[in-house]
Design a protein around this ligand. Structure first.
Ligand SMILES: O=c1[nH]cnc2c1ncn2[C@@H]1O[C@H](CO)[C@@H](O)[C@H]1O
Ligand SMILES: [Zn+2]
Length: 357
């Protein structure tokens, strides 16, 4: 059994975490008071509980409604910088050594900030967070475009403009049903022409067609969630041998990283229980699986907690966590040499020592 302390200490890599889904409840209360935003609960502990319970709706659309309150308090540069810095420090305290944190710049313009000012505010917060974290961490931005809106081309251009200033990629998020990835095809084609990286939320609230479009039409480097790839896997009559459909085989053959977020999937109804979460089977079949938090506030979770839950459900141990961490680091949008440095100098030495001891 791995102790909770060892789980925190273990180097972890996080590819899928929303900035506006990971605020500290105390910070929300303080920021809301400053701007006169009304919250459903005024006590921070109760507010934290409110987010988890409200996000526990079984539907992605209702889960997303809880973001109204976090986005509302992230409309000026100081607030955004504070949230970004605290995010990085919280992840570092939990033993995350590399993180890609995403948010949608277009949602932070209500009080007059420009898209560029939003990215700069997050950048300042990440710099501050990295400098003040209790353990070393590297944090980078992913810029998200909202899939029901029509600003993806603009956000893609923003991601390219800031590629040397802390932004390593692009994403689309929001309600999946009714908003297929191809709606934003021009943005993805533009990013490919620019040699830029992107991931797409797909196969969470909608099935295989969404995953297929994300990969085969849009050219996604990675899949956000991707749990429904399981619908393309069947078993033979003995129940022993898995048979992969063409899409599942393609995803596995091409080593397309799956950014899996177990607790979040239970809340939105993308999975029915942890024991039945597709991550168990997909890991066994050696898909390029990674473990992620999605929204720490809405799920009341952390990286070490997600790993603890998986350890309980699937009997995972340190060797599995090492595999997840290396899978994720290999799949990061950071330049290759920087990825290797973290694998060789941070992840491998720690696990080698822990596994030997
Ligand atoms: O699991 C998810 N699926 C789809 N969209 C999401 C998920 N979590 C958060 N967001 C959406 O992404 C925006 C930018 O961070 C959030 O405001 C939320 O609307
Ligand atoms: Zn997400």
């Amino acid at each position: 059994m791995i102790s909770p302390e060892q789980l925190v200490e273990a180097p972890k890599v996080l590819l899928h975490d929303h900035l506006d889904g990971g605020l500290r409840p105390e910070t929300i209360v303080e920021l809301a008071r400053e701007i006169g935003h009304e919250l459903p609960r005024s006590d921070s502990a109760e507010l934290g509980q409110w987010f988890v319970e409200s996000a526990d709706s079984g539907s992605l659309e209702r889960y997303l409604e809880t973001f109204d309150h976090t986005v509302a308090v992230m409309q000026n540069a100081e607030a955004i910088t504070r949230v970004a810095s605290e995010c990085v420090q919280d992840l570092a305290a939990d033993g995350v050594v590399y993180a890609e944190i995403r948010y949608a710049p277009e949602q932070h313009l209500r009080e007059g900030l420009s898209l560029e000012q939003v990215v700069e505010a997050v950048r300042a917060g990440f710099e501050h967070g990295m400098a003040n974290a209790e353990r070393p961490i590297v944090a980078r931005q992913l810029l998200t475009a909202m899939r029901h809106q029509a600003r993806s081309m603009e956000i893609a251009r923003l991601a390219v403009a800031y590629r040397d200033a802390g932004v390593v990629g692009f994403d689309i998020a929001g309600a999946e049903a009714g908003y297929p990835p191809t709606r934003h095809l021009d943005a993805f084609e533009y990013l490919q022409r620019e040699n830029a990286h992107f991931t797409i939320h797909a196969g969470e609230a909608f099935g295989l067609p969404s995953i297929w479009q994300a990969i085969q039409w849009c050219g996604a480097d990675r899949l956000g969630h991707g749990v429904r790839i399981i619908d393309d896997i069947t078993y033979d009559e003995t129940g022993e041998k898995a048979e992969l459909g063409l899409l599942a085989a393609y995803v596995r053959d091409r080593r397309i990283p799956l950014e899996m977020c177990p607790s979040s999937n239970l809340q939105t109804g993308a999975a029915t229980s942890l024991a039945e979460h597709p991550i168990g089977l997909l890991a066994k079949l050696r898909f390029r699986v990674t473990v992620n938090t999605d929204n720490r506030l809405m799920s009341g979770t952390s990286m070490s907690r997600e790993l603890a839950l998986l350890a309980e459900a699937f009997d995972y141990g340190l060797a599995d966590f090492r595999w997840f961490a290396i899978n994720a680091m290999k799949s990061a949008f950071l330049p290759f040499d920087e990825r290797l440095t973290i694998i060789d100098e941070v992840i491998k030495p720690w696990y080698t020592k822990a596994l030997a001891g």
